[in-house]
Design a binder for this molecule. Structure first.
Ligand code: SF4
Length: 286
């Protein structure tokens, strides 16, 4: 088994006895397992209907351990899954999947796409030269972009990317409980958002904040205030999500001893809707 020294202490699932980890350390460990020069491990290349159709490379490895994560167990056992693909080969396969589906959109999914900076930047260079791809959606939990401001700077050269930063929680304690990471790491995704604002990169924020089973009203208010403190417009474009009962999600929730009722019966009103309505009323009054 490769990297057996790392694998021995490698965090898998969040459990009630789980010791919170440093996500930056987990990031480095994971990169040692899933990255090799400009190559990264993938388990599949395909296209799917999300975003109106998108060519996808399913990459291995993440630096968080979200209890509601839907990703295959390649997230938890990266040493056991996937094959290495050079950036050129990965880009070629993602483009081929998109072409076959008839979509001009592409992405990396299945783990944290920004692990392996050399690989990702090289994939983006290939995508930039590929006329059949018009949009590359860069999904991220924000941690790799937070700890390396040069990473965000390097993204400036790409004309086709749109970044989607996904937030998991509204307080440091909830972040730790939901992701397994230390509470101090809660700030990192917001730091990534600051870098993106500073470098004027096209992006929006998504949050697991529509589902009352995973976010209390108080935590949700704290999250909205934190985002508004960076830029009020982030709330107007906030994409709020609910947890879906994938098999992998149910197993991770069970491991963490989270008791959740299905089906979901009630969701919050999206903050973007509430704010747009308030702005409309204000315009009418003035
Ligand atoms: S939900 Fe996303 S950030 Fe969280 S563990 Fe899964 S892949 Fe990583």
């Amino acid at each position: 088994m490769e990297n057996s020294r790392l694998v021995a202490g490698y965090p898998r699932f969040v459990t009630p006895e789980f010791e919170p980890f440093d996500p930056v350390e987990l990031l480095r460990w994971t990169e040692e397992i899933v990255c090799r020069g400009d190559a990264r491990k993938y388990t599949a290349f395909y296209a799917t209907g999300v975003y109106g159709g998108i060519g996808t490379g399913y990459a291995v490895g993440c630096c968080l351990r979200c209890v509601f994560c839907w990703v295959e167990f390649s997230r938890d056992f990266p040493e056991l899954y996937g094959k290495f693909y050079s950036a050129e080969e990965a880009a070629r396969r993602i483009v081929a999947a998109a072409r076959h589906y008839g979509t001009p959109r592409a992405r990396i999914s299945g783990g944290e796409p920004t692990l392996g900076k050399e690989h990702l930047l090289s994939v983006l260079q290939h995508i930039e030269r590929e006329p059949r791809i018009r949009l590359f959606i860069l999904e991220t939990n924000g941690i790799p972009l937070a700890i390396d401001p040069d990473y965000v700077h390097a993204l400036e050269e790409f004309t086709k990317i749109h970044v989607r930063v996904s937030l998991k929680a509204g307080t440091p304690e909830a972040f730790s409980k939901k992701t397994g990471a230390r509470p101090e790491a809660f700030e990192l995704p917001f730091k990534a958002i600051s870098h993106l604002l500073q470098h004027r990169i096209s992006f929006h924020v998504a949050a697991m904040s529509l589902d009352p089973r995973f976010m209390s009203p108080e935590e949700r208010t704290a999250l909205m205030k934190r985002l508004a403190s960076l830029d009020f417009r982030l709330l107007l474009n906030l994409e709020e999500e609910v947890v879906d009962p994938y098999d992998t999600t149910l197993k991770r929730l069970a491991a963490a001893n989270w008791r959740v009722k299905w089906p979901l019966r009630r969701v919050y009103t999206p903050i973007s809707e509430t704010l747009r309505e308030l702005l409309r009323q204000r315009r009418q009054r003035s």
